[in-house]
Design a protein around this ligand. Structure first.
Ligand code: HEC
Ligand code: HEC
Length: 375
């Protein structure tokens, strides 16, 4: 741990002293360190022992109902913690109806999911992922007891300062790990953009991209309709469709059995005139080279195609945002814009500091004198 700590802080000389002091003062409950933040994004303080526990949980299939999938099944490290399929996998026996979202920098957000329906904290998003029947379908009471069977977890929860394993601490440890997934080596942040990317940055501003993709995360935190076409695999594949029905029914969406449209942010704010049907959160534009395909339903395969989509004024939709209009870009402007988007991406976070690679036990030793043990 000390080694990882030292390696991370050395990239940020100005923080060296502060972080080491912090680390020393936090040895009792696990060390803290400060994640190197990208340009304009706040530093996040990370408790090393809690994050390490969260890492083991993130890659552990035993926290899904039938122990078949982990968070990493749909949030794949090699894909920027997104999934390369247009529509995410679902819990076994289910599909899904949306594209899995890349998790690098997710701890920098204050509103999550394509429809923005969770805006409290990552603790809540983690609960939704674990308990939702088409995602991990886990009863958290069973999860807690299952975790207590594994002696390694008993040690790790203790070392993290949580005492014995509980649902509440799982929902804290995983978000602590998610904080470690911070952009690294991004040309835009380090000022090493190519000339083409720099020209693309000007195109990005001139063509109005920055009116919605604003700030250090390149999002205004709002929902818009850009006319992305529906992905009909949601309704043609019964596995996906049943997940869609379960979701829309539970969310109280009108006429959900016949609906052949993703309601988007209408799920959260049910405007009576339906004018927010098909609006989606403006996504961050960081780490796009790792997270193809794009949009809430994976309908656009490449960044070149995304730029063509915008150049044409977006898709067709009665609720389409007024800012979506044909842009008349030259081929040069288009390729510069792609270069700019690419310059917002950094390294893959696939090393052992991010990925849990030790095997999980298949069997556990019988606990001696278990009646008198407090777990
Ligand atoms: C079966 C696939 C699947 C599994 C397993 C899964 N996720 Fe997700 N995750 C998704 C999909 C799909 C979305 C987008 C859903 C939406 O917008 O409605 C998502 C969204 C998220 C988001 C929101 C990201 C953002 O920036 O808005 C976070 C955070 C997240 N997942 C974390 C986790 C964690 C932590 C776990 C494990 C406890 C997990 N996920 C397990 C498919 C999955
Ligand atoms: C009216 C607001 C708005 C404007 C203007 C806008 N975008 Fe977007 N952008 C969005 C929204 C909303 C989405 C998500 C749509 C969806 O998921 O269906 C999005 C998605 C994207 C994505 C896909 C990201 C991903 O992870 O899937 C890229 C890339 C992108 N926009 C780039 C651009 C560029 C380049 C421009 C300028 C040519 C631009 N945007 C202009 C709102 C906007």
């Amino acid at each position: 741990m000390v080694k990882i700590l030292a390696k991370r802080v050395s990239r940020q000389k100005q923080l060296l002293a502060a972080s080491l002091a912090l680390a020393v003062s936090c040895t009792l409950v696990g060390m803290s360190q400060v994640a190197s933040a990208a340009d304009g994004l706040p530093e996040l303080e990370i408790n090393e022992a809690k994050a390490e526990l969260g890492k083991r949980l993130f890659f552990d299939k035993r926290i899904s109902g039938d122990a078949a999938i982990s968070c990493a099944t749909c949030h794949v490290p090699e894909n920027g913690y997104a999934h390369p399929d247009a529509l995410s996998p679902g819990y076994p026996g289910n599909g899904h109806f949306r594209n899995s979202i890349g998790l690098i920098n997710t701890a920098q957000k204050s509103i999550w999911l394509h429809d923005g329906r969770l805006g409290t904290n990552l603790n809540d998003v983690t609960r939704e992922m674990i308990t939702e029947d088409y995602i991990m379908n886990m009863d958290m009471r069973i999860m807690q007891e299952r975790i207590k069977q594994d002696p390694k977890y008993l040690e790790m929860f203790e070392a993290a300062g949580y005492g014995e394993p509980s649902n509440g601490s799982v929902r804290k440890a995983i978000p602590e790990y998610l904080k470690t997934l911070a952009s690294k080596g991004v040309p835009y942040d380090s000022g090493s953009m190519s000339d083409s990317a720099k020209a693309g940055q000007a195109v990005f501003a001139e063509k109005g991209c920055s009116s919605c993709h604003s700030g250090a995360m390149f999002t205004d935190g709002k929902a818009h309709n850009t006319g992305v076409p529906e992905n009909h695999d949601i309704w043609l594949d019964p596995m996906n469709h049943q997940a869609f029905i379960a979701f829309t029914m539970f969310q109280g969406i009108e006429n959900y059995m016949a609906l052949k449209r993703d309601p988007g942010a209408h799920t959260q704010w049910k405007k009576a005139d339906l004018s927010n049907m098909g609006t989606f959160q403006t996504p961050s534009l960081r780490e796009l080279t790792q997270t193809a395909p794009y949009m809430h339903n994976g309908m656009i395969a490449t960044l070149e195609d995304v730029v063509d989509f915008y150049n044409a004024g977006g898709g067709e939709d009665s609720n389409k945002d007024a800012a979506m209009r044909p842009l008349e870009m030259t081929d040069q402007e288009k390729s510069d814009l792609v270069a700019f988007l690419e310059s917002l991406s950094g390294e893959a976070l696939t090393g052992p500091e991010y990925v849990w690679s030790e095997a999980y036990p298949d069997e556990y030793p019988v606990i001696e004198d278990w009646l008198n043990q407090s777990n």
